[in-house]
Design a protein around this ligand. Structure first.
Ligand code: CAA
Length: 279
């Protein structure tokens, strides 16, 4: 029985996952390293809940917000039954978070990671409950996007998979349950390959960024162009996923645009500039 969910990391994904959990009726503990991040997350959740209330999808945004406790201390995760980690894509950082969760949470609790590309088994090895560690991968914005990938590691037991799938359904999501942890899972293998080809076309001057994006919208029927989506996801995140995939066997293509943008600190929507400008 899952009553309370701890979410670690209150950034782009974490604040949205906490919101989804609260909207689904769970008590939520949202943890980050600084009150600045937590206060920003509270503002973003409030804005999003107000939008849902304006559209009459919820009645009382404040009642949903009240379900979320914000703190920099892991103490608020002590009585949680399920944790979802959404900190930056750095293995050592994730291992530290998992070690801490493992030490504070009850032995029954499941520990999930929202990683887009790091092997779940590597993260699980930081804990003393490897069979209860799993991937639960949400998409941005979590409150709108229906898909959730559920990814077992080589250690995850069936009960953990079943409970995670059930939780995703309770959150009104559509779970796609992978048999094992293929690099990039299902979605990012496809996404990075699309970006590779888009990048090659632009760098070989076969098409412009705008032409590729128009094709993605009007032929592939994606809600955003590919470069626009990369900006939305964050170009640093895209490069991290791209690197993990190519080091783990996905054939690479010659493409310098993405890495160059990250080196220039043009990370997309979050920095105000990527392939497009976001004033
Ligand atoms: N909270 C509440 N409502 C929100 C919201 C939020 N955070 N964000 C958007 N909305 C609502 C808007 O209010 C709007 O509602 P109405 O249509 O009723 O007015 C609706 O969603 C659409 O939003 P917008 O009008 O602002 O803009 P849009 O039509 O372009 O939609 C979008 C925005 C939902 C993000 C859409 O462009 C989209 O689906 N884009 C693709 C997103 C995607 O593919 N995400 C996955 C990225 S990959 C990833 O996250 C994982 C990884 O591993 C990298």
């Amino acid at each position: 029985m899952i009553r309370k969910i701890a979410v670690v990391g209150a950034g782009t994904m974490g604040h949205g996952i906490a919101e989804v959990a609260a909207l689904s009726g769970f008590e939520v503990a949202l943890i980050d390293v600084s009150w600045d991040f937590l206060n920003r997350a509270k503002e973003r959740i409030t804005d999003s809940l107000n939008k849902l209330a304006e559209k009459k999808q919820i009645n009382d945004p404040n009642a949903v917000l009240q379900k979320i406790e914000f703190n920099t201390s892991y103490d608020i995760a002590k009585d949680a039954d399920f944790a979802i980690e959404a900190v930056p894509e750095k293995l050592e950082l994730k291992k530290t978070v998992f070690k801490t969760l493992d030490s504070v949470m009850g032995s029954h609790a499941i520990l999930a990671t929202n990683t887009s590309s790091i092997p779940i088994s590597d993260i699980a090895e930081a804990t003393g409950r490897k069979q209860k560690v799993i991937g639960m991968h949400f998409f941005n914005p979590p409150v709108i996007m229906k898909l959730v990938e559920v990814i077992p590691s080589k250690y995850t037991d069936q009960d953990t998979v079943d409970k995670t799938v059930e939780l995703a359904k309770k959150m009104n999501k559509i779970p796609v349950s992978l048999k094992y942890e293929i690099p990039g899972f299902v979605s990012n293998r496809i996404f990075i390959r699309l970006l590779q080809e888009a990048c090659r076309e632009v760098e070989d001057k076969e098409a412009t960024i705008e032409e590729v994006d128009s094709t993605a919208r009007n032929k592939l029927k994606l809600p955003m162009g590919l470069f626009e989506l990369a900006d939305y996801v964050g170009l640093d995140v895209v490069v991290d996923i791209w690197n993990v995939l190519t080091t783990r066997g996905t054939p690479d293509v010659k493409c310098s645009m993405f890495k160059a943008k990250v080196e220039e600190k043009n990370l997309g929507v979050k920095s105000g500039k990527g392939f497009y400008a976001y004033p």
